[in-house]
Design a binder for this molecule. Structure first.
Ligand code: AMP
Ligand code: MG
Length: 359
């Protein structure tokens, strides 16, 4: 079989994420911030369904044989016609105003009923064989609601290996050199350089580009910062204490000699931010032993960081394994860092988590 450079997959994934991100932005303006909406559905629900429908429709048009693992199913929409109509109106109205790009995605969806079927196509069980896309239509729902960081996430896995990853981060600055802070991007506007697409293809490096509303903007390559001394690191973690143990992270940082406070940020925007060197480490430390991470929360970010020169593993130092269905069954936690310091970070992670389990 001929080897693929995945250029079509990358272009379609970038355009699909860009279009879906436009939908999430219009949901934020009309349903989260505004007073327009009378339905009691949450903006997260509306945005999740709408973005998932747009992405799956684009994938099915271009790659009809591929399987899809997505977070949502259409059951709630089938039972609630008001919600269905709200989502359908947004899906219908979200069009890339660039004919060639819009038609590359297969144009508009045909009807509200087809939209429900399309949403339900994200029900693949995942696994170690074949081409499988993973979608998180709105990752970082709390960030989305507060106008902070969230991401529209899409990745292609082939035989359990991530080949293409795209993250749409509408509230991050375009500039790769803006240092990471908790309210990064908060003062910027769409006109003044807000909104970035991160992407990577296995073996071809990682890129960032400004999010546009039509044709894709030009990309540039991104790299982890060349950190030689781990004590200089800026590390990021979840805003939600239930998603990652902030106490363990603080202990690990202290043992590594890190003095800067953590940057707390929702979503896979954390992966994109360290991949472009705006921060250095991403620590995600299990809070509950029984939680298994979902593949759509990590697939795109994992590849983007690794292609930018980083290392991504679980808390034991093992690579994330996307071949076990819809979850990362074999992994606990995530540690992403520049290659130069990853080994040292894992050593300390094991020390801190190990000493806890002995208590
Ligand atoms: P973040 O924005 O990095 O905190 O991650 C958001 C993701 O955390 C969501 O998409 C959820 O799928 C996931 N999540 C939910 N519960 C947990 C948990 N107990 N531990 C880790 N991640 C979780
Ligand atoms: Mg998520």
């Amino acid at each position: 079989m001929a080897t693929s450079n995945y250029s079509k997959e990358l272009d379609i994934a970038l355009l699909a994420v860009q279009r879906a991100t436009l939908l999430t932005k219009s949901v934020f303006h009309s349903h989260a911030k505004g007073t327009l909406n009378k339905s009691d559905a949450s903006p997260v629900t509306i945005g999740d369904f709408g973005a998932q429908a747009l992405i799956i429709s684009a994938l099915q048009h271009n790659f009809p044989e591929d399987e899809i693992v997505a977070e949502e199913e259409a059951k709630d929409l089938r039972e609630n016609t008001q919600l269905r109509d709200t989502v359908w109106k947004l899906v219908k109205d979200t069009v890339l105003p660039h004919e060639q790009s819009q038609s590359a995605l297969g144009g508009p969806l045909p009807s509200a009923d087809r939209m429900l079927d399309i949403i339900d196509k994200g029900d693949s069980k995942g696994g170690a064989k074949g081409r499988i896309w993973a979608i998180d239509p709105i990752d970082g729902t709390k960030g989305f609601l507060r106008g902070g960081q969230y991401a529209v996430c899409l990745a292609l896995m082939v035989d359990g290996d991530v080949k293409v990853g795209v993250l749409g981060c509408p509230n991050l600055p375009v500039s790769d050199s803006e240092p990471l802070s908790e309210n990064i991007g908060a003062d910027a506007t769409d006109e003044e350089g807000k909104g970035v697409l991160f992407s990577a293809v296995q073996g071809q490096g990682a890129h960032s580009r400004p999010m546009s509303t039509g044709k894709l903007a030009e990309g540039q390559s991104i790299h982890m910062s060349p950190l030689s001394n781990v004590s200089d690191a800026t590390f990021c973690e979840s805003v939600e204490a239930a998603h990652s143990s902030q106490g363990d992270a603080a202990n690990i940082a202290k043992k590594l000699g890190i003095t800067k406070p953590s940057v707390r940020m929702d979503s896979q925007a954390k992966y994109g931010s360290i991949a472009r060197g705006a921060g250095d480490l991403y620590l995600r430390l299990p809070v509950r032993a029984d939680y298994v991470e979902k593949i759509w929360d990590h697939a795109a970010g994992d590849l983007i960081v690794r292609e930018a020169g980083g290392e991504v593993t679980d808390a034991e130092g093992n690579r994330l394994d996307f071949s076990h269905g819809r979850t990362l069954l074999k992994n606990k936690g995530v540690i992403a860092a520049p290659k130069s310091v990853h080994g040292k970070v894992i050593e300390v992670v094991k020390e801190v988590l190990g000493s806890k389990s002995k208590v």
